[in-house]
Design a protein around this ligand. Structure first.
Ligand code: FAD
Length: 509
């Protein structure tokens, strides 16, 4: 592709998981110049995480469902002109010029004369290298942005959760898919959400003994939404596949239960599993020990949206108490020229992420070409591909909301905590100190607790402890989900910031 060095890309996509890949290849096939940035060295994101080539895995697809969807996207990426920039950690983006941001979130992309929304361009700042250690600052300009940064795991603390051998449920899956290793030989899988079933069946299929899947919620809540179930038969089929795998491997599923303590000196030796009431409060006298050498635990996923909230994008409260980006019918955020797809708008799985990515890619191409994305509704023509994608997205989102509500943490979970339990593991702040900040010092929200105790000030910037601190600070009623506005989405060396005004490497189409 020829272009003068100062010419921006039409589109920069952040995140090369299911959503970002679909958005990038769709936009490229529709004629846009596209840069696709991802901090990982391979495409595929969390769902299609696969072994590094050096491991020589013969059949990486054996660890995945629906591998053909990914291989199709990967083939199209290879055949396209997309600049796939691996190992690029995006720490910020800034809108350099343009108007008021008025068209964002309004629905149908407008006929805008073939430029980016309001003629703006974006500058994306990234650093390269593993964890930014061999960093090289890179700057990319683009007329439109698609944010597809996925989600991270939500953790609720309990006594012993910092012992070696306790790993995230998604983390255990990631170790298996990318490193072909298991976190232990006898692994309890616990927490809440459908990911637990997928993780347990993968671990068992890879040779681990999984004595139990411990699910804090019940599954009956799904039955309260028969329409969402009936219109998403693929989800029911997926659950049946996992259920059959668990039966085959003799894995017990314990609903309405939680791991309330981990035992061991140097590493995990056993866990206590307690029955929960409807609020997730442990029922006294129900604790029983299960021997294991690892615990894979996660309480759902949290949309990773810091890059968007830093530029003022509106959010919406999701049924499980997390925040996702508020999006238009065509996946545009409330900030014009910035679109989002996949888990950034709410957790819903790889199929939904692909659908939203393609929809966003088509809407962006239409906007930049000055056309309407979906001419069908008001021109009386048969719905085209965009209409089909919108309907599919709505159907899958409805199911995602049901799933999110079914696994929302109950208000009783803080009863799992002892005063000595570390809540913020980066800064080693205990539950007792957080409670003291609330009851003795009058803190009412996570931010005040942070100022008084340092909880959330460490390396992970509250990704691990944010939910727990917000719940403890709320005292009565549901906690306010923290709408984080951080200038940096990933750690950035001071030297990179100091050199911002100096000439830097600019990646161009
Ligand atoms: C740890 C984990 C494990 C999971 N395992 C499973 C599973 O086994 N089965 C299942 O059905 N679902 C799983 N999920 C959910 C599943 O990943 C999603 O449904 C699906 O991958 C969503 O696709 P996405 O494109 O929105 O996000 P992702 O696939 O997560 O892709 C996001 C991409 O953005 C990149 N990224 C994020 N931030 C930046 C940044 N600042 N700069 C550059 N790149 C960035 C990431 O490297 C990643 O490649 C898992 C989720 C998590 C968090």
């Amino acid at each position: 592709m020829t272009a003068s060095p100062s010419e921006p890309y039409d589109l920069a996509v952040v995140g090369a998981g299911s959503a970002g890949l679909a958005g990038a290849v769709t936009a490229s096939e529709l004629g846009l110049s596209v840069a696709l940035l991802d901090s990982s060295t391979q495409s595929g994101g969390q769902f299609y995480r696969h072994p590094a080539p050096a491991l020589g895995a013969v059949r990486p697809e054996a660890l995945h469902h629906d591998w053909s969807a990914f291989s199709d996207l990967r083939r199209r990426l290879g055949a396209s002109t997309v600049d796939h920039l691996t190992g690029h950690h995006v720490w910020s983006f800034i809108r350099e010029s343009g108007g008021s941001g008025g068209s964002g979130g309004s629905g149908e992309p407008e006929e805008s004369g073939g430029s980016g929304a309001d003629g703006e361009s974006w500058t994306v700042h990234a650093i390269t290298g593993a964890d930014g250690t061999e960093e090289r600052p890179v700057r990319i300009r683009a007329r439109a942005l698609l944010l597809a940064t996925g989600a991270y795991e939500r953790q609720l603390p309990f006594p012993g959760w910092t012992l070696p051998g306790v790993v995230g449920a998604g983390g255990a899956q990631a170790m298996l898919k990318s490193g072909l290793v298991l976190p232990g030989r006898r692994i309890v899988v616990a927490g809440s959400g459908p990911l637990l079933l997928a993780v347990a069946s993968s671990l068992a299929a890879a040779g681990a003994r999984v004595p139990a899947v411990v699910e804090a919620a019940g599954y009956l809540r799904y039955a309260r939404s028969p329409r969402a179930l009936a219109t998403n038969p693929a989800k029911a089929a997926e659950a049946l596949v996992h259920g059959a795998a668990l039966l085959r491997h003799r894995v017990r599923v314990l609903p309405r239960s939680a791991v309330t303590e981990v035992h061991g000196t140097d590493r995990v030796e056993a866990v206590t599993v307690s029955r929960l009431d409807g609020d997730w409060t442990p029922v006294p006298g129900t604790g029983r020990r299960i021997a294991c050498d690892a615990l894979a635990v996660g309480h759902g996923l949290v949309p990773q949206i810091e890059l968007a909230t830093a530029v003022g994008c509106a959010t919406r409260a999701l049924p499980d108490g997390t925040l996702g980006l508020a999006l238009s019918e065509f996946q545009e955020t409330s900030v014009a020229g910035l679109w989002a797809a996949g888990e950034t708008g709410g957790v819903g799985g790889a199929g939904l992420a692909r659908t939203e990515g393609e929809l966003a890619g088509r809407a962006i191409a239409a906007r930049l070409r000055g056309r309407r994305a979906d001419p069908a509704p008001d021109r009386g023509v048969r719905p085209g591909r965009v209409g089909e994608l919108r309907r599919r997205r709505d159907r899958m989102r409805a199911f995602a909301d049901v799933m999110s509500a079914a696994h929302a943490p109950g208000p009783g979970w803080p009863a799992w905590l002892e005063d000595e339990t570390d809540v913020c593991r980066c800064e080693e702040v205990t539950a007792g100190r957080v409670r003291e900040a609330v009851t003795d010092l009058g803190a009412r929200d996570a931010r005040t607790v942070k100022l008084l105790t340092r909880a959330g000030m460490g390396w992970c910037q509250g990704r691990m402890c944010g939910t727990a601190v917000a719940c403890l600070a709320a005292r009565d009623g549901a906690p306010e989900p923290p709408a984080e506005r951080r200038p940096f989405a990933v750690p950035v060396p001071l030297a990179t910031l100091a050199a911002l005004d100096e000439p830097t490497v600019e990646q161009t189409p």
